[in-house]
Structure formats: C-alpha cells, structure tokens
Design a protein around this ligand. Structure first.
Ligand code: GLN
Ligand code: ZN
Length: 769
C-alpha cells in the first residue's frame, strides 16, 4: 500500500474515556448503592446511560472507532480478574451469592474478608486492585461484561473496539495470593491464562467485534528475556487462533524498547504505540525494525495524561513520518483518557485566554479527529484548526504567566552552593542536639491531626460566604490550641500545629503560589469512587507571601516545646499536579523549590527550629525504566536540597515519605541531606529500618510504630516491641518515635489513645537503654 492510501484510511480512536460523567453521576450512584439508597437496577441503568452518553459524545465529535469495556464500576484490572475468574478464595462465596456485591467486596473488603490490595497504575495517580494468584489458580472465562458493553455500542450503530488488559500485563501486575510463597511468579500461569483469553476473544468475535485491543503497558518497563519470551509466546498463541477478531496490541506511558521487535514480529494485525515526548524513542525504534509492513499502526500522538493543548503541526509531522512505516496509520491519544478531566469548557474561573491552552478529554478527542482528518485529507482540510492552534500555542509561549522574568532570573542564578547546607550533617547534628535538647527516642507526629467534620464545614462555610475569613481563622486557631494542648498533655517532644487549615497537602500550597491554576470540575479518578482535582502547574512559580508562617508561629506561641513547621516538598508538588510540558520537569521543580525555600527561611526567621518537608511522592515518581532513574533522582534530590539548604546548621530539617519500599533509593534519601526522616514502617515490622541500616544510612530516622491506615489503636506494648526492633537496626541516638503518616483521616478518640500509647512506649524503652 502506498503512503497516500494509508493516509486516506486514517481514522480517529481512543482507548478509554473518563467514566464518571459530567457531574460525577457514577460516583453518586455507586456510593448511593453502597448506602442502600440506590438499587442494583438503578445503578446499572445509570452506568448504561453514562456509557451511551460517552459513546455518543465520541461519535458526534468524529471518533470513528469507539472503545468498549473500558467502563468500570471500580477498576478495570479488577474487571479483568472477574473476566478470567481469578476470584480470591475469601471472596468466592460473596461473588457466587451476588456478582455485583461480590465485586464491591473484592474492591472494598467486608467485615471478614480483606479487599484486594490497591496500588498505583504504572506512574499515574490511578490505582488498580492487584490480582492475587497462586499455583492453584484456575482461570475460567467470563466475557459477560465485555460482550454486553460491545453489544450496547453496536446497537447504537457505532464501530466499536473492545479494550482488554492484555494477558502478559495482567500477570505481571499480579502478586502471590495470601499463603502462597513470595517467590511464586504469576507469569508461570501464562499457559493456563491464554485459553481463557482465547475464549473471550472468540466470544467477542461472535458478538460482532472486528478488532479487539489488548493493552500491554507492562512491556514499557524493564523486562527480562523470559518475560519478553512470554509476550512473544502469548501473541503467537492468540494470533494463531482461528476465527478470532483482529488484534491490536497497545502500549503506553513510555517507549517499548526491547519489546518493540517482539510485538512487531507477532502475528497480530496492529500495534498502538505512544509517540508523545516520553516515548519519542518509539519512532526510531519502529524505523529500526523496518516498520510494521502489512499492519495497522495506531499512533498515540495526543498526550492522554496531561491537560495541554496539542501541537497539531508537530503531531502531523510525526504522523507523516509514520505513514512510511505501516500499512495504515490511525490517530489516538497516547493512553486512555481516564487520566484527564472530562471537559475544559466547564471551567468558569479560568481566564478564557488561558483556557484555550488546556485540553481535557473532550478537547483531546477533537484534536485526534482533526489530526486524522489532516492526515487523510491534507493540511488544507484543517487550515482553520491549525491556525487556531498556532495562535493558542503562541499565546501560551508568549504569556507573562509562563515567562516571569523575575522567576527566570532567580532560577538562572542558582548555584551548587545554594543547594548545599553550610555544614556537613555530623556537625549540624551536634548543633541541633545542643539547641533542641531532646530526650533520646524523641516523639513526634507527621503533621496532620484529624480533619474533623467541623473543620471541613468551616471551610465550606468560608467558601459559601457564611463565615468571613476572620471567623474562619478564629476557628483554625481554636483547633491549633486544642492540638497543642493535647500534645503537651500527652508528653510528645516535638509538636506540630496539626494542619487544620489544609484541605490537601498539595492544593493548599498550589492555591497560594502564583503560576498554579485550580479547576472547579477537573475531577480525575484516583481509585473506585475517589476522584481528585489535581491543580495545574501552568506558569512560572513564585510565592507572593508567606503561606504557613502565621499558623506555625501561633502554635509556637502556645508552648515552650519546639513546634515543627510543615511543608510539602517540590517533587510531591509536581507529582500530584498536572505539570507543564513546555520546559523540563526539573526546571519547574526548581521554581517550586525556590518558592518553598523562601517559606523555609521565613519559618526559621520566625523562630521555628524544626522544619519538615514532606516528599511522599519521591519514590512513586521514579521513571518506569531503571536507566532513567539516575537523571530523575539527581534533580529530585537537588530540588529538595535547594528547598532546605538555606537554614542555619542548628535548624533541623525533617522529611517524610510513605507508601513504598525504600531499599532501592536509600542512597537518594541520603542525598536529600535532611537531618531526620520519618517513614512508613509499622505494617512491615520495621523492614524500612533494616533497609536503612543495611545501606549504612547515617542520619536520624523515625520508622513508624503506629499504622495510621486503620482505626485500630496499637497497644503501648506493641509500639514498644516495634521500637525495640527499630533499635536493632538504628542506634538510640538516631531513632525517633512517630506514627507512619499524618493523622488527618483518623478520628480523635483513636488518635488520642494511640499517641498516648506511643509516648508510653517511648518512655518504657528509654528506661531500657
Ligand atoms: N504532613 C502530612 C500529613 O501529616 C504528610 C502526609 C503524607 O505523607 N501523605 O498529613
Ligand atoms: Zn505519609
């Protein structure tokens, strides 16, 4: 086929769409169902309407081939577990009694059966439910959901393509079921799983699917030769089926690397590849394997996970190059649009000029359609769109928001000295000991105290104008007063003000920094019915005024014990926001770091001797491929130091991390040059402390002795036992006593009891030293 006819066939498609509906109808219906206010039929009806609405929206926008099966009541990986019959033993009875209730039981747990574990979907902020597999797992095909949803789309007269999690990715994301040896490798189940996928594919073919998409994002990570072989085998087997739909194997979030030749050689009819900046290497790699002769290439040129308007001309150029490399080139977003909000035009508070720089799911859909049209019909057919796009890009590039000369000058003037404290750690530690005069095994908390309904109501009242800001501030000060007096009474050593004023640890700062945008409706699914509205890092970042100083100094005025100042670090500020795509991440991070550095210095000037800069996202932001880690860790640790290095030697810098194993980044944690780190450790019985010790971590550390993820109150004996374990790894001079994380999600009664026990435990163990 010539390039010209390939272009003429260009079609527009997407792999998935936001599930929640315009006003988060799905969340409301599901939570209503959980509370017994919505019955199963009503929930199903809502879901059906939402799916139809999405398909219509896509079709009306000009999408030629709509996805099906991407919808979910909770999570698409959980849906895949149901599809292949991988129901954990403990949930089997519930699933057999009622499929829907059993499904939610797996997602959320019940009184007697724990839910499936939840973890991050690659490097996004979406969380999936981890399949639990073992040597005894028996897979059985259940294609009901996939077949039904395909049928619904076909009934609307649409061309539809079911989207499934591919078998290799499914197994690579799984973990050994409880009771199964940790060494068990779920990939050994591939031969058992493939017949089930074959059955589902056959069922979908029978139901009218011409194409089926199998998502294999796990192949963009580092894979062993055995894993790559498994992928080759999987697609040789599935490709060899007779009477099957055409197969489109999709990858996204990064480049395919060694997996690209494997998939290119596989007997499938199409590949979908990410061609955004992060995966740009796919282009050369594809050329290097000689393209995809005889195959369909779906080109993910519109970034499916950020919110910026596409550079249409650049995308067209990429598409033009690709035309020579495949039999047919179609246009798509790089990944499911699940990761972006629904519709930018719903935003009323963003200046119209700036709104034009943004593309949420609906706008991205339009971009894809435009690109497909331009690719097929030539640029003349989209001249108006190209002109408008050029104007939007120019407006963004030339805007005062994205180019603040003062911020630019300051960032350019940063030197290596700015990111280095004036004295090395051992000398600082001595100065801090003299200055703070803390007991051995000092006790502290991670920052937040319970976010009560009253606090949330006060914030809602302020927003709605029912109270003025003076009334709100008074309310917050009263809360700070209670938090301080509780900590004094309980005998904690380093106090916190409790973060009562913070709605969220990123949003709170984003709202006060120039260069950040907030959305009103920019909801993105985090997990299940939980949606978040990430702020947008849109422009150059500066801090018009101090953000936390008045709360911390007020708290400090109530006590003679040190009150720890509390900030969110630059990496976490980036990780939980939509970031700029018009400059390197490191540059954005440096701007945020400088703004936070001013806050750190202001806190110190106001008399704060202990300042904590939280970086819970440091580990989760690691790039998907190991060869990209050093570059990331270099700037990530540098911006932390830039944030914190401006203080005196006797000012103690703390940091905090949670949600992960740390063994592989101990060196980077050391590079932060913080004085004290608190980490999540209670559930893993101080595993973290051992990891730090094994790597010779030389600084002070507080591995958590109180698991704050559950309302359960740890006994003083239990906390003491964990502390003694901690002492086996970290000497008493360097061990802190603290919970795993902040207490904002906990209620007061269990918080009180737990912290009292924590202090008792510290006192007991001190007497044993
Ligand atoms: N200081 C924050 C808090 O205590 C830290 C939260 C986090 O690590 N996720 O809530
Ligand atoms: Zn935490």
């Amino acid at each position: 086929m010539t390039a010209k006819s390939a272009a003429a066939a260009a079609r527009a498609t997407v792999y998935g769409y936001p599930r929640q509906g315009q006003s988060r109808e799905l969340k409301k219906a599901i939570e209503g169902y959980w509370k017994g206010r919505v019955d199963a039929d009503a929930l199903r009806a809502t879901a059906t309407e939402l799916r139809r609405g999405n398909w219509r929206q896509l079709a009306e926008a000009g999408i030629h081939e709509v996805p099906t099966g991407d919808f979910s009541y909770y999570d698409h990986v959980l849906d895949t577990s149901v599809m292949v019959g991988a129901i954990p033993e403990r949930h089997r009875a519930a699933v057999e009694a009622d499929a829907l209730d059993g499904y939610f039981a797996m997602a959320r747990g019940t009184q007697d059966a724990a839910p499936l574990e939840m973890t991050k979907w690659f490097d996004t902020n979406y969380h999936y439910l981890v399949p639990e597999l073992g040597p005894d797992t028996v897979f059985t095909a259940d294609s009901t959901k996939q077949v039904a949803e395909l049928g619904q789309a076909l009934a609307l007269g649409l061309t539809a393509r079911p989207v499934l999690v591919g078998p290799v990715t499914y197994l690579l994301l799984a973990k050994p079921a409880p009771g199964v040896a940790a060494a068990f490798d779920p990939l050994t189940l591939l031969d058992r799983l493939l017949p089930v996928y074959a059955q589902v594919l056959t069922d979908l073919r029978t139901a009218g699917a011409e194409w089926v998409q199998l998502d294999e994002p796990a192949l963009v990570q580092d894979r062993t030769p055995a894993e790559l072989n498994a992928a080759a085998r999987a697609y040789r087997d599935l490709g060899g089926l007779i009477d099957r739909p055409k197969l489109l194997v999709a990858s996204y979030f990064d480049r395919l690397g060694d997996a690209l030749p494997v998939l290119a050689k596989a007997p499938v009819e199409g590949l979908a590849l990410d061609f955004t900046e992060a995966a740009a290497a796919n282009l050369d790699a594809l050329a290097a394997v000689g393209g995809l002769p005889g195959k369909r290439l779906v080109a993910g040129v519109v970034n499916g996970r950020n919110i910026w308007v596409n550079d249409l001309e650049k995308s067209l150029a990429t598409l033009g190059t690709l035309l020579a490399l495949a039999d047919r080139v179609d246009v798509a977003a790089s990944c499911s649009l699940l990761h972006v909000p629904l519709d930018a035009t719903a935003e009323r508070d963003i200046e119209p000029q700036i709104l034009r720089w943004l593309a949420f799911a609906r706008q991205k859909t339009a971009e894809i359609v435009t690109l497909a049209k331009g690719l097929g019909g030539g640029t003349d057919t989209i001249a108006a769109e190209l002109a408008a796009n050029r104007a939007d890009l120019a407006s963004r590039a030339g805007s005062a928001l994205t180019h603040d000369p003062a911020v630019r000058a300051r960032t350019a003037a940063v030197t290596a000295t700015d990111a280095r404290r004036s004295q090395p750690y051992p000398e600082r530690a001595a100065a801090q000991r003299a200055h703070l005069r803390l007991p051995l095994l000092p006790t502290t908390t991670i920052g937040s105290f319970p976010q009560t309904t009253e606090l949330r109501t006060a914030r809602a009242d302020l927003r709605a104008g029912r109270i003025d800001s003076a009334g709100y501030e008074e309310r917050i000060r009263a809360e700070i007063g209670e938090v301080i007096s509780f900590q004094e009474k309980t005998g904690l050593d380093v106090l916190v003000h409790g973060e009562a004023e913070r709605n969220d640890m990123v949003q709170y700062f984003a709202e006060q920094l120039t260069g950040y945008l907030a959305t009103q409706h920019g909801w993105v699914q985090s997990y299940g019915t939980r949606y978040v509205r990430p702020p947008i890092l849109a422009g150059d970042i500066s801090r018009p005024e101090a953000m936390t100083v008045r709360w911390t100094t007020y708290a400090q005025s109530l006590t003679t014990k040190p009150v720890k100042g509390m900030l969110t670090g630059p990496v976490t500020m980036l990780a939980w926001s939509f970031v700029r795509d018009d400059q390197p991440l490191a540059d954005t991070a440096r701007q945020v770091a400088l703004a936070l550095r001013d806050e750190v210095n202001d806190l110190e000037a106001a008399g704060t001797s202990v300042i904590q800069v939280d970086e819970p996202a440091l580990r989760e932001t690691l790039p998907l491929r190991a060869c990209d880690h050093p570059e990331y860790l270099a700037w990530a640790t540098e911006v932390f130091r830039l944030t914190t290095a401006g203080v005196r030697p006797d000012t103690q810098i703390h940091t905090h991390m949670c949600y992960a194993e740390f063994g592989d980044i101990v060196e980077a944690i050391d590079d932060l040059d913080a004085d004290v780190i608190s980490l999540e450790a209670a559930r893993s019985h101080m595993q973290v402390a051992r990891e730090l010790a094994e790597h010779g971590y030389p600084r002070e550390a507080g591995p958590g002795v109180y698991d704050i993820h559950s309302p359960r109150v740890p006994g003083a004996d239990e906390a003491a036992a964990l502390l003694r374990k901690g002492l086996e790894a970290i000497p008493a001079e360097r061990l802190w006593v603290n919970p795993d994380c902040g207490l904002k999600t906990r209620a007061w009664p269990e918080t009180r009891a737990s912290l009292e026990n924590l202090v008792t435990a510290a006192r007991t163990v001190r007497t044993e030293l």
